[in-house]
Design a binder for this molecule. Structure first.
Ligand code: DX5
Ligand code: ZN
Length: 216
């Protein structure tokens, strides 16, 4: 199964963003993971369009944009313009999820849907056909550097079974508290894409941290 790594730029050094982007460009990472927080859906505010656009201008790999915002329909087009290749919205933030995911695809992006730790993955059964990716939050979203919630493993396994039973190519991404210590278990549970913030950017050697996660 495909193994992808998406370093989360939330843990990068914002005063030296170009250096950290260059590191990811040179690394074995596959995507840039960008966390957009509005201070409403989550108790934190991260960054917005100007930063996404600048990252896009230097990034040699696709942008995986994770929207932790209420009513994301308002901004789908703007994120396309800013350079998003993958755009993920939260199940808990969308009233008409099929419509939102369909619109993301119509705009020419890959569509993702994310679930908070309390949302049963089974609730996604009827929208999987509309999603290229499911992002399982393995911490309560809002901050980098939190502890992985152990029950997330079981959630990945349950979702993997549903996706495989439907014979869909939907990728399963895991976000929060991921690092070299648990990467292997996550891949074995059925994850395809691992997001890592602190485990990469707070490591002494980010390049080898990425390699260790990828080869776990
Ligand atoms: C959390 C964000 C994550 C975060 C992960 O709300 O969605 O992408 O940056 O950071 P780590 O890997 O440090 O848990
Ligand atoms: Zn994220």
């Amino acid at each position: 199964m495909e193994r992808l790594i998406a370093p989360s730029m939330l843990s990068a050094d914002f005063a030296n963003l170009a250096c950290d982007i260059e590191m990811v460009n040179k690394s074995q990472a596959d995507w840039f993971h960008l966390d957009i927080m509005d201070g409403l859906f989550v108790p934190n505010i991260s960054f917005g369009f100007p930063v996404v656009e600048r990252i896009k201008s230097l990034a040699a790999k696709p942008l995986d944009v994770h929207l932790m915002i209420v009513d994301p329909d308002r901004y789908l087009e703007r994120f396309k313009e800013a350079g998003a290749d993958w755009l993920t919205v939260h199940y808990e933030a969308c009233t008409h999820l099929n419509r939102t995911l369909t619109r993301i695809r119509e705009l020419g992006m890959k569509a993702g849907v994310s679930v908070n730790p309390h949302t049963p993955v089974e609730l996604l059964t009827d929208v999987l056909e509309y999603a290229d990716l499911v992002l399982i939050m393995s911490v309560n979203p809002g901050f980098g550097g939190q502890m992985f919630i152990p029950n997330s493993l079981n959630r990945i396994e349950r979702l993997r079974k549903i996706v495989d039973a439907k014979n869909l190519p939907t990728l399963i991404e895991v976000d929060g508290g991921v690092g070299p210590g648990n990467a292997r278990q996550l891949y074995e549970a059925g994850a395809n894409v691992l997001v890592a913030g602190n485990a990469v950017f707070k490591a002494d050697n980010p390049l080898s941290a990425i390699e260790m996660i990828k080869k776990a």
